[in-house]
Design a protein around this ligand. Structure first.
Ligand code: SAM
Length: 313
């Protein structure tokens, strides 16, 4: 049985290896990240191979990766570059693809409102997308416009069910994911979604008048006014996702927590597929004990304190 420490170390070093030839000091990186960000990257990385295997097995015509708060492609932790969510699936699929298994995404949709990040990201994906058959678009635009462009206007019909499959990463800083647009994504057929949910920040805003409208748009109603604990914010959000009326099976959720003092977030993994839900359960076994202390210790002993690591790669 693989131990969480070893798994984190192996995956973190693999991610770092892909970008170690970029200059840590000079490259643009997406701000507001730290050691705690690693867990969201590892969970995404863990899920990608199984997602691709399941979806290819069921013969979907087009497999999409959608990341609409993509950032620049790099985050910086303790002055070291690490690939962010828009690069993780691409790099992970590069590690597992062969001529016969087709374990890559056909379409890759990346977007962000920040022009400087979009420019850096475009150059990075073009550099790193070597040897794959992934068609990548990078747009400078806001989340809502991107959703309206990428997802069909009406829920997919049963006849169209084998056309498109999506893995969607939603990684905002705050409450930019509106309920209207999240529902639209979740009603679009074979869709799995990983949501970064900044639990502490959201609950902290409960008493701020200037945040009321945004919270109501995020929840789709004003029930949040009555929530009595931090965890209720995430639990009720997940319950609402499970109640979204969809043509086929209802959505289910699994959550992963990171508590780093000022920052506490949950990653909410959403799917209606039993196969996906089994994988989320395996992920819980492996990642539930991965806290900030463990991430810090792995980062310091593997990425940070190995002189010559970059040269080695
Ligand atoms: C948490 S960061 C994303 C980090 C990235 N996913 C990663 O792992 O490297 C959030 C990003 O959302 C972008 N952003 C903020 N508001 C947005 C909006 N309404 N639509 C799209 N992007 C937005 C910011 O410019 C920022 O790059």
């Amino acid at each position: 049985m693989i131990l969480p420490f070893d798994k984190v170390k192996e995956d973190l070093l693999s991610l770092r290896e892909h970008v170690a030839h970029f200059d840590d000091g000079l490259e643009i990186s997406t701000d507001k990240h730290d050691v705690w960000s690693i867990k969201k990257l590892l969970i995404l990385r863990y899920y990608v191979p199984d997602f691709l295997k399941i979806i290819r097995k069921y013969d979907y015509e087009t497999i999409h990766y959608v990341d609409l708060f993509a950032g620049s492609g790099f985050i910086k932790i303790k002055e070291k570059l690490i690939p962010g969510t828009p690069l993780v699936p691409l790099l992970t699929s590069k590690e597992i693809v062969t001529d016969n298994n087709k374990l890559f995404f056909d379409q890759y949709h990346l977007a962000d409102v920040n022009g400087k990040y979009v420019e850096a990201l475009t150059s990075r994906v073009n550099t790193l997308n070597v040897g794959l058959h992934t068609h990548i678009t990078v747009e400078q635009q806001d989340f809502q416009t991107s959703v309206d462009e990428i997802f069909p206007k009406s829920p997919s019909s049963w006849n169209e069910r084998k056309k498109n499959a999506y893995l969607v990463m939603l990684d905002p800083y705050g409450f930019d994911v509106t309920w209207e647009h999240l529902s639209k994504i979740l009603k679009s057929g074979a869709v799995d979604v990983i949501i970064y949910f900044p639990t502490r920040m959201i609950s902290w805003n409960q008493l701020k008048d200037q945040s009321a409208e945004k919270l109501t748009k995020m929840y789709g109603n004003n029930d949040w006014v009555t929530f009595s604990s931090e965890d209720e914010f995430v639990e009720r959000y997940c319950e609402n996702i499970q109640k979204i009326s969809v043509a086929w099976k209802p959505m289910k959720t699994k959550t992963f927590e990171v508590n780093a003092g000022k920052t506490k977030y949950h990653l909410i993994c959403v799917s209606r597929s039993n196969g996906a839900l089994n994988i989320f359960s395996d992920m819980k076994t492996l990642f539930d004990s991965v806290n900030v202390k463990l991430l810090e210790s792995v980062f310091d002993t593997s990425v940070l304190s190995k002189p010559g690591l970059d040269g080695f790669f």
